[in-house]
Ligand binder design. Sequence first.
Ligand SMILES: [Zn+2]
Ligand SMILES: [Zn+2]
Length: 370
Amino acid sequence: MAPLENHRETMISTIQLNNTSPKFDTKIEKKYENQIVWKNVILLSILHGLVVYGFYLLFAGYGKWKVVLFNAVYWPFISIGITAGAHRLWAHRTYKANLPLRIYLMLAHTAAAQNHIYDWVRDHRVHHKYTDTDADPHNATRGFFFSHMGWLLYKKHKDVIEKGKTIDMSDILADPVLRFQIKYYYPLVFVMYFIPVVIPWYFFDSPLWHSFLTSTGRYVFTLHGTWCINSVAHKFGTKPYDKSIRAVDNSVMGPLGLGEGWHNYHHVFPWDYKTGELSGCKSNFTAAFIEFMAKFDWATDLKKASDEMIRKRVYRTGDGTWSKMDILKKCDFSNSEFIDNGESYWGWGDKDMKQEEIQAINKYNHIRDL
Ligand SMILES: [Zn+2]
Ligand SMILES: [Zn+2]
C-alpha cells in the first residue's frame, strides 16, 4: 500500500494546476557524429523526384485526376495497416485481433512499405520507452528535420541499438502472421505495391507509368504522414495530459493522421486503443475502425483509460489546456483507487507496468485474462 499512499501525498502536494510549460532548449546542444546512410539518401531522393515529376505531368494535363481520386480513397485502407496494425495492435497491444483481421492489417502494412512489422514495432517501443533521449530513434531534441526524416538518413545512435536489444519482442515473433511477413517481405511488398498501380491501369485506361507515379505520390504522402507524428506532434500543439514531455496533441495531425496526432495523450496512455480522448470517424478514424471490428468480435479486449484516470493525470501534470477543465474543480481525487505512477511504458505488457495498474485497467475495461 505504500506506493499508493506516497502517490496520494505527491498528488495532494501538487494540487495546484500550473499553466506554464517547461521550456525546452531549441538548440541542439550535443554534437552527433552524423554518418550518412547513402542508400537511404538516394532512395528517398528518387522517390521525391518521381513525385515532383508526377505533379508536373498531372498539372500539365497528361495525368488523370480520377487516378488521383482512386489513390485518395485507397489511402486509408492501406494506412490502417500502420495505425490500427503495426501501431495500436502490435507495438502497443491495445487490443487483440483475430486471424483474418491480423492478415488484413499485415497486408495493408506491407502495402505501405515502411519496413516489416518486427523492425517497426521495435523502433516504436524504444521511442516510447526512451522518448527524446539518444536511445529514441527519432529523438526530437536533435531538431525538427532529424525527428521527421533525418533519422533515416543517418546511422542509428549506439544507444538506439543497445536499448533496442532490451525490448521484449517475443510476442511479435510468436505471431505466425508476422513471421510470414518477415520471411516473404520483399515479394509481398512487390505484389502489394503494384496492386494499386494495376487497378487504375486496367479500369481507368491510365498508362502504367502514370499509375505508378500516382501510387508513388500516395506512398510518399503516407510516409510524411507517419513522420509528422514524430516531428510535428513532438513540437506544435498542447499538452493537456503531461506538460513535462515533448509529445503534443495537434488538432491538425489528429484527424489527418487517422487519430494518431493526439500524441500527448498517447504518450501518457500508450495502451489505450484510441490513442486520444476523441473518437469517431472524423477525429479518430482508426479508433472507429477498431470499434467497428469489435462489433463482429474481430477485435477484442479493447483497452481505454477511464474518465477518472484521465482527470487525475490532467490534474496532476496537465498544462491547463484540457477542454473540460471546469470538471476538475468538482472532483475529489483524494479517495481515488486508481494508481498512476507516471512511468514511461511502451504499451500493454511492458514489464514496468505495475500489477495494481494492470488490474485497475482490466477491471474498468471488463477484461478477464491478462
Ligand atoms: Zn505509439
Ligand atoms: Zn512520440
